[in-house]
Design a protein around this ligand. Sequence first.
Ligand code: HXC
Length: 261
Amino acid sequence: MEWKNIAWEQGDGWAQITIQRPKVLNALNRETLEELEQAVGRAEEDETVRALIITGAGDKAFVAGADIGELRQIPSSWEGERLAARGQALFSRIEELDKPVIMAVNGYALGGGCELAMSGDILIASDKARFGQPEVNLGVIPGYGGTQRLARLVGKTTAKYLCLTGEMITAEEALRLGLVQKVVPHDQLLEEARKLAERLAQKAPIAMKYIKKAINQGTETDLQSGLRLEAAFFGLSFDTEDRIEGMDAFLEKRAPRFRGK
Ligand code: HXC
């Protein structure tokens, strides 16, 4: 499949989606959202893809937000709500993908870009990355999950501070807040992301799927319900061939070969 605003690369157990609209710092217009939906679908279906990397093209931006030129043309509250719901559905699909998603944040991750980054499972940031929810400066509010995921990730008051001021934070500050898991020198970002993706590609795919489900669903509920979910997913992982392989490999002192079965 050929896309205009997205590049697809594939390596040893991983795929990489690169958002590329260099003239507008990779801002997300509707066409790019649609292509991203298709590319995520491809990653979802391809069994050889065991980890997905999402990044932005160029040295400056991951994604500088929704395309403001396009937002300006939205004629009504109903159209605005529809666009928000569409992006939210896509970002939730990324969050709930059966395989781990690494966000390699290579520069500005603002507005919809910060929201896209927050839908990933593991965020690696270049030391040049900047995060923020500047929608308030445009007279609107975050619409692709920013008020919700940011508050869940960094807490209510810090989320309010960031959304109300529209202030940008550095990669180091994002690390301190727990928004990203690792900061690396800019020119090593993709190498680090791919090394991590290759490591994840060696892990048991079904166990990774259940880990994501247990954490995603469990953090949205009370502790006892979350523990019940964990026990249920733990049980399900015993129905797999991979758990026999993993345990045999340990007992036989060799590396496991997981097949996702
Ligand atoms: C459209 C954008 C853009 C965007 C940058 N550009 N961000 N175009 N939508 N989100 C364009 C600029 O207009 C400019 O075009 C070119 O990209 C380079 O950007 P500059 O501003 O010249 O670069 P610089 O001075 O280095 O500043 C970088 C920046 C700034 C700090 C990232 O571009 C910026 O503040 N961008 C907007 C960030 C933002 O508000 N994002 C939130 C969008 S709302 P020209 O033609 O002049 O070269 C959102 C809502 C999501 O995301 C939910 C929707 C439902």
